[in-house]
Write a protein that binds this ligand. Structure first.
Ligand code: MG
Length: 256
């Protein structure tokens, strides 16, 4: 499938979608605390989507029941919000969230510590966030999709962590998932060339142990097979003439 190049009016809608995604993730990050359930976070996100006049990207997507994917500790991605999942001190929660505005999507994820977390949890989340920043730095016309994956993989593997293979980043625009696929591993100078007007959701998922994951019987929740921790960071990024523009940056002073 061909990679879509977005027009200026389309990019404007994607900027608005990306801004709303960032603002709602800011609010969710603030709400994370021991005792809060993933259901509470989903409800907050749904209320804020309505207030901002956007639409959920996830609710109803292949039957997903929430507006937020909330994955805790060894859960990698696609955790289903639940009244029965209460956050505890020391948990690492991944908040993955998307909306559409006038038919165009934004998608981002953050890993948030619940209170004080272990050194390993903190290092894993930082390595994953830093690998996303390294990937963003590699986004400019003339570079290739393989440069993005290489930036992620080389950063986290040198720190002793592993990159999930079963889930990858993606083009984004009129649909939540568009061509091309954006793996978090690969070789420099390979795969599709980056061109101005492409928009990519780059989303490293990084495990403390083996990269292998399983999907639970609920059909959604991906977990590490060895039960070790996982982290996930994601931004929606426009390729520009000069390089890139991150459409889902958080407000200054927060983590993303
Ligand atoms: Mg995504």
């Amino acid at each position: 499938m061909a990679v879509e190049i977005k027009s200026a009016p389309e990019i404007d809608r994607m900027r608005r979608a990306g801004r709303i995604v960032a603002e709602i993730l800011d609010a969710l990050e603030d709400a994370v605390a021991p005792g809060v359930t993933t259901w509470d976070l989903d409800q907050l996100a749904e209320r804020l989507i309505k207030e901002k006049g956007a639409k959920s990207a996830f609710k109803g997507y292949r039957g997903f029941p929430g507006v937020l994917c909330a994955s805790i500790n060894h859960e990698v991605v696609h955790g289903i919000p639940s009244r029965g999942r209460k956050l505890s001190e020391g948990d690492l929660i991944k908040l993955d969230f998307g909306v559409s505005v006038e038919g165009f999507y934004g998608d981002a994820a953050r890993t948030v510590p619940v209170g004080k977390v272990s050194d390993q949890a903190r290092r894993l989340s930082e390595a994953t966030r830093d690998s996303l920043e390294a990937a963003i730095a590699a986004i400019r016309p003339g570079n290739r999709i393989g440069d993005i994956g290489h930036a992620v993989q080389s950063h986290v593997e040198k720190l002793g962590f592993s990159v999930v293979r079963d889930f990858v980043g993606h083009g984004i625009g009129r649909k939540l998932h568009e061509a091309p696929q954006v793996p978090n591993y690969g070789r420099p100078g390979t795969l599709e060339s980056l061109r101005p007007g492409m928009v990519l959701a780059v989303e490293p998922m990084v495990n403390a142990g083996t990269h292998a994951v399983d999907v639970l019987d609920d059909g959604w929740t991906a977990v590490t097979v060895d039960g070790q921790l996982s982290a996930h960071w994601e931004h929606t990024i426009l390729v520009t003439e000069a390089g890139h523009e991150v459409l889902t940056r958080a407000r200054p002073g927060t983590t993303a």
